[in-house]
Structure formats: C-alpha cells, structure tokens
Design a protein around this ligand. Structure first.
Ligand code: SF4
Length: 216
C-alpha cells in the first residue's frame, strides 16, 4: 500500500483553487488536465500571474496560518499515562486534589535557571504586522502567566526606526518595545522573553544588541 501525504496545489491561505477540483494528480497537486489558457487558480498558475502575492498567506498582515498537510501521526494518537511510567501527582484525597493545588511549574536550562509557571512557550512571532499589532496581548499575557514568548526573526530589519551603523544595529523602536512590554509585566522572575535570529539578524548583531541594550 502506498500513501501520499501531499495536498492539492491550492489553499485558502493563498486564495487558490484547482480548476478540476475532483481530479487532481496526488504527486504534483495539479489538475489532471492542466489547460492552456487557465487563468491560474492553483498556486502554480497564480504564482505565474501574480508572483509574490502567493508567497504569503492572504490577506497579508491580517492572518496567521497553519500547515494543512495530513501527517501520519498527530497528538490525538497519544495518551498521557503518567503514573504508568512513574510520575505521581498529588495525594488521591478529594480535599487535597483541588484546582488551586495544581502545580505545573518547570525549571530548565543548564542550571535550571529558567522557571515557567506553566510548561508552554509561544514560538517565534516576528516581523509581520499580525505580530506587531497583537504584541500587547501576547507579551503582557505571557508575562503575567509566567511563560515564555519568542520575538521572531527580522524584527530589527523591518523596523523603519532602527538605527544601523556600519552594518550593526545600535538602536531600535520595535525590539525595545517588545521586550519592555514583556519585562514590565513579568513577576517574580518567572517566564522568559527570547529573541530568535536568522542570518540577517546575526549579521546585524541583533542578539548582542538584545542582550546588552534591552535587558534592564
Ligand atoms: S494552472 Fe493548470 S493545474 Fe493550475 S488550476 Fe489551472 S489547469 Fe489546474
């Protein structure tokens, strides 16, 4: 038996459709008959006509997007059976096993110096407007919850107020704002604000700038 996990070459994320929706080649995601004169409704066709508009989910700056691929395994296939592998929770006493007694704290890092009140972390949300426009909620909420939040890639490179001298960043507006919003609401040292870096960030010295200039 062979399975394909490819999807058709069309998505609501890019506002694309196959012309022959009921007959699609699994390997390519293209219509079984790709016709001369099609105005380009699938991703391949639309890319040829509209170019860069198909790179990002649309409407740009207003949406977040998730993967549509059907993976052979997902989280619904797992059961957490903690006690079976030696994890024991609170005493099985109805007066003690109450909601306020739940403790989800974790500590990690080489010296266990990073503490979270809850074991989750929001991954990199970077230079897009969707991140910028919603940063107050993300930063303040994460900080108050004592969890982690990542500033994604290229925030400095996309900041029109960033000051760059000799190829290195010396001042920013957006990165400073993002870190400050988090730190102003952080309590008792729980949680962490992380700066993710790509090649451009590394060349600009964003990590060094973030550590030296936005910590206090
Ligand atoms: S360009 Fe070809 S594959 Fe794409 S929608 Fe048109 S006919 Fe189908």
């Amino acid at each position: 038996m062979s399975l394909t996990f490819s999807k058709i070459n069309a998505s609501a994320a890019t506002l694309t459709k196959n012309r022959t929706e009921g007959s699609v080649v699994p390997a390519s995601g293209m219509c079984v008959t790709c016709v001369d004169g099609c105005i380009g409704m699938c991703e391949i066709g639309k890319s040829a006509y509209r170019g860069h508009e198909v790179i990002y989910p649309q409407p740009f700056g207003m949406v977040t997007a998730a993967a549509e691929k059907t993976y052979p395994v997902d989280y619904s296939h797992f059961n957490i059976m903690g006690t079976a592998v030696g994890a024991h929770g609170i005493e099985p006493d109805s007066d003690k096993a109450i909601f306020p007694a739940v403790n989800l704290e974790i500590a990690f890092g080489h010296d266990k110096g990073i503490k979270y009140r809850c074991p989750w972390h929001i991954p990199g949300i970077g230079s897009t407007n969707i991140a910028k426009n919603n940063w107050e909620g993300l930063a303040i909420g994460s900080a108050l919850a004592g969890t982690g939040l990542t500033i994604g890639e290229n925030v400095v490179g996309m900041d029109p107020e960033a000051v760059i001298k000799n190829g290195r960043v010396v001042d920013t507006a957006d990165l400073k704002r993002r870190v400050k919003l988090y730190k102003d609401h952080q309590r008792d040292g729980y949680g962490a604000i992380i700066v993710q870096a790509n090649v451009e960030d590394t060349r600009l010295g964003v990590q060094e700038y973030a550590i030296e200039k936005t910590r206090s």
